[in-house]
Design a protein around this ligand. Structure first.
Ligand code: ZN
Length: 120
């Protein structure tokens, strides 16, 4: 095999690998990712049937059990992510004190109709 054929083959293999890497990444909706934004506690009021959004400044694991969303900060656009995950992962989130402009890692899924981040 001469040098130019070897070079061409090397480029082809490289192209194939990068394309297949790109495809596998694009097809995997559970790829690890992160969201930067504010973590909001949704404190329930069962009498009124509503929740009150709160940006906690201390661990919230002592409050009434509640759900969380992350409001992404990307200029004036962003997404709201429902937070889910194992009890242990959610407990770690609840034990944090800083909830503003934080980076939360997890698996992101959803569409323009709604987003979910699964923390781990
Ligand atoms: Zn909370």
């Amino acid at each position: 095999m001469d040098l130019s054929r070897f070079t061409a083959l090397t480029i082809l293999v490289g192209l194939f690998l990068s394309v297949s890497f790109y495809i596998s990444k694009a097809e995997d909706p559970h790829a690890q990712d992160s969201v930067k934004g504010n973590v909001i506690c949704l404190i329930p009021n069962y009498e009124k049937g509503i929740v009150t959004p709160v940006v906690a400044t201390a661990p919230c694991d002592g409050s009434t059990p509640h759900a969380h969303v992350i409001v992404e900060q990307r200029g004036k656009v962003g997404n709201v992510y429902a937070v889910q995950g194992s009890p242990e992962a959610l407990e770690r989130l609840e034990k944090t004190s800083n909830r503003t402009n934080v980076v939360v890692k997890g698996k992101i899924s959803g569409s323009d109709k709604g987003w979910v981040i699964t923390v781990d």
